[in-house]
Design a protein around this ligand. Structure first.
Ligand code: SME
Length: 157
């Protein structure tokens, strides 16, 4: 495993395209899920510098905070609540250009202006979500959706 991430410049697409193989290399030989989730959040944060990047894991009937990078966050989210709980319930990625316009958005940080949440599937069930928050309005688009979905699929769940 490389000990340092190779920083990438270029378009967002180029950054993701160069980062994904590095993430795959990070997680391929490590069987521990928490270790891999921690490194994936660190790699995304280091490359893109977003406000908050982290996982919530489905545990019994709630989402529970997992490895993340950024300010402290709420620890438990019910199914159907907020962006994360809605993604869990629907099983599809949601892009929120302006968090103030999303009914029921849970404001873990007052600095967050836009957000993307990606579901993670194992055997057809949502087992986690990847949540990314930005201080910029409309930070995320379909490019982020496609590459973040590929990123979570690279992890052995
Ligand atoms: N905003 C999320 C809650 C998690 S924090 O942003 C880290 C939501 O509405 O589900």
């Amino acid at each position: 495993m490389a000990e340092e991430l190779m920083p990438v410049t270029g378009s967002k697409e180029e950054q993701y395209a160069a980062l994904l193989p590095q993430i795959e290399a990070l997680v391929t030989y490590e069987p521990d899920l928490v270790a891999n989730l921690a490194n994936v959040t660190a790699a995304l944060k280091e490359q893109f510098g977003w406000l908050w990047t982290g996982f919530y894991l489905v545990k019994e009937n709630e989402l529970v905070l997992g490895p993340f990078q950024g300010p402290i966050a709420c620890t438990r989210i019910a199914k159907g609540r907020g962006v994360c709980g809605t993604v869990w319930a629907r099983g599809e990625t949601i892009i929120v250009p302006d968090v103030e316009q999303f009914p029921g958005h849970i404001a873990c940080s007052s600095s967050s202006r836009s957000e993307i949440v990606v579901p993670v599937f194992k055997e057809g069930q949502v087992v986690a979500v990847l949540d990314v928050d930005s201080e910029q309005l409309a930070q995320f688009d379909d490019t982020d959706k496609q590459w973040l979905e590929k990123t979570v699929a690279a992890i052995k769940w």
